[in-house]
Design a protein around this ligand. Structure first.
Ligand code: MG
Length: 365
């Protein structure tokens, strides 16, 4: 099998109601990606996830720099191709961000080709560690621009729909407002629902330590991205200063950085994301490293679960998935989540194929 064509695309999907966290305002979800065709008639799709800014740079990296490396190659040699891309045309100017997200989209498309060539869903090709259903936690009710009343009622709505784990944003200008909002949600939810909070890297170490200690009475499952993602020793000091486990991963682009977080005791939940870290190939290495530290992997999902359901099913130390239902409409085989549980797909591939009507409607390039 040989790769015959590499075509980039940009799809952008408006979000029902624009959301905010401590550092972002997001009205539209960006889905820049790639279709890789082969001489055997199999086409694979891969993509990453953005706030619909810089999508042209990611697709430019795919088409202008990585595409020529791919043409004529056998997609089954995915790990060799990964290394050639990583050591290849953009290495001098980027090992994270745009270049690594471009590489992620390509790697996902190649694994989609591989699974389709075996006529199996990817989770079976990778070797399943579980067959489902898999628990999910819901992020789509805890936004920072929701009033306290909206926050509480939206959280209760999710519990009514079956979720047993929910995440909310923190990082308001006043830490006391954060504490009030978390207290209101915890009181409404009771003790039986897992609650996580996410600061999206806004705090310095002092703010993180004092806020974390104020939040400890609300028995949170984790505190996500409290500090700048490059500040590994800061995370280690924070982890020593609070009983709340830390979660990081969506801003980390390399297995080496993940290993440093793990070896310094700076992370409790590993949120490695296939759309950021370089695709499925690198994700599996990070997850295996996490297993040696006894750490669970609960990925951030720039793909909105379509790909992560496969790698989580194939990973023993990955007990749960994140759920945000913003782009379900795009896919031929959208994730099947009922009452907070995910049911694994039977269709061959990585669940990345898009419906032609939806693709045409949302495509911008
Ligand atoms: Mg986050």
């Amino acid at each position: 099998m040989k790769i015959t064509k590499v075509e980039g695309f940009i799809v952008q999907v408006p979000i029902r109601r624009p959301i905010e966290d401590s550092i972002h305002q997001v009205p539209v979800w960006g889905v820049p990606g790639v279709r890789i065709s082969t001489d055997e008639g199999i086409t694979g799709t891969g993509y990453t996830g953005t706030h619909a800014r810089g999508d042209d740079l990611i697709v430019g990296a795919i088409e202008r720099y990585y595409g020529p490396v791919l043409l004529g190659r056998n997609p089954l040699h995915v790990k060799e191709i990964w290394q050639d891309l990583y050591m290849g045309p953009l290495r001098w100017i980027g090992r994270s961000g745009i270049s690594q997200m471009a590489q992620s989209a390509i790697d996902i498309a190649l694994w989609d080709v591989i699974a389709k060539s075996q006529d199996k869903p990817l989770w079976q090709v990778l070797g399943a560690s579980k067959t489902g259903p898999i628990p999910t936690y819901n992020t789509d009710a805890g936004w920072l621009n929701w009033t306290e009343e909206e926050l509480v009622s939206d959280m209760l709505r999710l519990v009514d729909q079956g979720w047993r784990a929910i995440k909310m944003k923190v990082g308001k200008p006043s830490q006391h407002e954060d504490v009030r909002r978390v207290a209101a949600v915890r009181e409404a939810l009771g003790d039986q629902i897992d609650l996580m909070v996410d600061a999206n890297t806004i705090w310095d170490l002092n703010t993180a330590v004092t806020t974390a200690r104020l939040l400890e009475p609300f028995h949170l499952k984790w505190l996500e991205e409290p500090l700048h993602p490059d500040d590994i020793s800061g995370h280690a000091r924070l982890a020593n200063a609070t009983s709340i486990p830390l979660a990081v991963g969506e801003s980390i682009y390399s297995k080496y950085l993940f290993r440093e977080y793990m070896s310094q005791g700076a992370v409790g939940y590993v949120q490695v994301d296939v759309t950021r870290v370089g695709g499925i190939t690198e994700w599996l290495e990070v997850a295996a490293t996490a297993a040696t530290f006894g750490l669970p992997v609960i990925p951030h999902h720039g793909d909105m679960m379509q790909v992560h359901q496969h790698v989580v099913a194939a990973t023993r130390n990955a007990p749960m998935l994140e759920y945000i239902p913003w782009i379900l409409d795009l896919f031929v085989d959208p994730v099947d989540v009922r009452e907070g549980m995910l049911y694994l797909p039977d269709r061959p591939g990585a669940s990345t194929e898009m419906r032609p009507e939806a693709f045409a409607r949302y495509r911008v390039v």
